[in-house]
Design a protein around this ligand. Structure first.
Ligand code: FAD
Length: 518
């Protein structure tokens, strides 16, 4: 077997190399005797991602049926001198992170559907496959059990293993932490091909390494995700500010209040003081049936960018509407938004969590979903966020990004420092911000990909030059030096974890952190 695993790197002319590779892959498939299968020819999806910027053709697209299949594939790669393995969740990375150039890509969504609700010391957990989509976890938990995970992402066609390998952040993270803070146990196939159950009490090193581990230490094949009773309904509200200081003060107030004295979801975004369809006034109203944004309500003194605070309150069908109104009015009463620019709607809890699905359908219909998405996500410390606003939103991005520009506060104490996730350094500040520049409008409707990528670099450069305390979220670098700087004083621990769990650097080569050891 090793002979054909070796051969795939040596071919010269493209056609004979491709033929060799298909032969190698087919022989590998026979030798592995998987319950699942390997696709050696139509590997198209495995070489693409949502970012649409990078594309690498793999040797094969493995469809594992279960954890044993995953382990067999990793062990085969271990026996070769060159082969790498990338778990692919739903391929919603931006920079080729789930790809393996001439390696094996593992389609985690093809794994056997595993779903069970279990109780540990009375607390319910969903025991789910690493390849499960969060939207399916939501539906099963709510419809069959009246329960739901506590911490989400905004968009749910992402896999459990994919978001747990990063962090998983949305408007609930201020209260419950990222998704990585809401998991009790994982089953992981390490880069040594071992199938290991891990938790805070059992194999904790692997557990914390894998959470936020960018796929570097193992492939998450199962996770136990904490649940809570699902609310029935949600009041979803957007309010508008002209001044960043007032917007951030109110957002910070909401994320630091007690649970019964705040909203259940807090996010925000920057928008343009213009009629720009994707970044201006029309991006604020929640429901097209309701009154549109009335720009005459904006004071003449307002600048070219405005701020929208987005909040939501959970409630039960049995709650009287006047009770919900009273709670909302009390919570909003403390805030300093422009009183006549408030948008709200009531919807079912599942509809609320699936709200981006509608935007997806719209973007698919007009071609924006399949266009390139050179997104940039950052965590910025509270102490630098006002300067960030001034230099980045009010200056570099004053023309918008052709899509949402999210900005909202997160609470540091909800992030477990034992995981591999990296956040800004300043430990004295409980608050730091996530900034997400979700570019949707590419050439020919908008700027070229090169221009958008150059603007991302300009923003990063600006943060470095100004000495901001920031980290990239969903990071992407091309040299180990940059990775070292990204991890800072966590680099040594990251390298030690790699040596323990994936010593030959087989896993997640698309992150470009370590090179395969031959
Ligand atoms: P993939 O892109 O397939 O994989 C990501 C990385 O994880 C790769 O390195 C891969 O090798 C590794 N990996 C995948 N599965 C596993 C596994 N089972 N075990 C180990 N490693 C694995 N993020 C947020 O935090 N909050 C948001 O609100 C949010 N919204 C988004 C909206 C959209 C439209 C998109 C495209 C992305 C969004 N993201 C958000 C980012 C998203 O969380 C990450 O890109 C995530 O990695 C995507 O999950 P995936 O299943 O597609 O993973």
């Amino acid at each position: 077997m090793i002979a054909y695993l070796e051969r795939f790197v040596h071919g010269n002319d493209v056609e004979s190399r491709q033929a060799d590779e298909e032969d190698d892959c087919s022989s590998l498939c026979d030798a592995l005797d998987l319950q699942g299968s390997i696709d050696c020819v139509a590997t198209g999806l495995a070489g693409k991602d949502f970012g649409g910027v990078y594309s690498f053709k793999p040797l094969g697209f493995v469809k594992p049926a279960n954890s044993d299949d995953v382990a067999r594939v990793v062990k085969a790669a271990l026996r070769s001198s060159n082969l790498t393995v990338a778990a692919r969740g739903n391929g919603h990375s931006i920079n080729g992170q789930a790809m393996a150039d001439r390696g094996l890509v593992m389609d985690m969504r093809s794994m056997e559907d595993h779903f069970q609700v279990v109780r540990i010391n009375g607390t319910p957990y969903a025991d789910v496959s690493g390849g499960a989509l969060w939207e399916d976890v939501l539906k099963r938990c709510v419809l069959d059990f009246g329960l739901a995970p506590r911490s989400w992402t905004d968009y749910l066609s992402l896999t459990v293993g994919g978001t747990l390998s990063n962090a998983g952040v949305s408007g609930q993270a201020f209260r419950y932490g990222p998704q990585t803070s809401n998991v009790a146990e994982l089953e992981v196939v390490t880069g040594k091909g071992d199938i290991i159950i891990c938790s805070e009490a059992q194999n904790p090193q692997l557990f914390f390494a894998a959470l936020g581990g960018l796929g570097q230490f193992g492939i998450i094949t199962r996770a136990k995700v904490e649940l809570q009773p699902a609310p029935d309904k949600v009041r979803w509200i957007r309010v508008v500010y002209t001044e960043f200081e007032e917007f951030s003060r109110d957002a910070e107030l909401l994320v630091t209040r007690q649970e019964n004295d705040s909203f259940d979801y807090v996010e925000g975004f920057v928008f343009l003081n213009s009629d720009d369809p994707s970044n201006g006034w029309p991006s604020v109203p929640l429901d097209p049936q309701q009154a549109p944004f009335d720009p005459s309500r904006i004071p003449a003194t307002a600048g070219s960018v405005l701020y929208c605070l987005e909040v939501a309150l959970h409630y039960r069908d049995t709650d009287h509407p006047s009770t919900v109104d009273a709670v909302v009015n009390r919570l909003l009463g403390r805030l300093g938004f422009l009183r006549h620019l408030k948008f709200e709607m009531d919807l079912n809890y599942m509809e609320f969590l699936l709200r981006v699905k509608q935007a997806e359908e719209h973007a698919k219909a007009n071609g924006d979903w399949d266009a390139p998405h050179p997104w940039l996500n950052l965590f910025v410390s509270k102490s630098d966020i006002a300067d960030f606003d001034r230099h980045v939103f009010k200056n570099i991005l004053k023309g918008g990004v052709g899509g949402p520009m999210l900005i909202y506060p997160l609470t540091r104490s909800m992030w477990d420092t034992r995981t591999s996730v990296v956040i800004p350094k300043d430990e004295n500040d409980e608050i730091f911000y996530i900034v997400a520049l979700l570019r949707f409008t590419a050439y020919p409707k908008g700027p070229s990909v090169e221009k958008m990528v150059a603007q991302n670099h300009e923003i990063i450069k600006c943060c470095i030059n100004k000495g901001f305390d920031f980290k990239l979220y969903l990071p992407h670098y091309s040299s180990q030096e940059e990775w070292k700087a990204h991890f800072g004083n966590q680099w040594t621990r990251f390298v030690e974890r790699k040596a323990s769990f994936d010593p030959l650097a087989i896993l997640a080569p698309g992150q470009k952190i370590f090179s395969r050891i031959h």
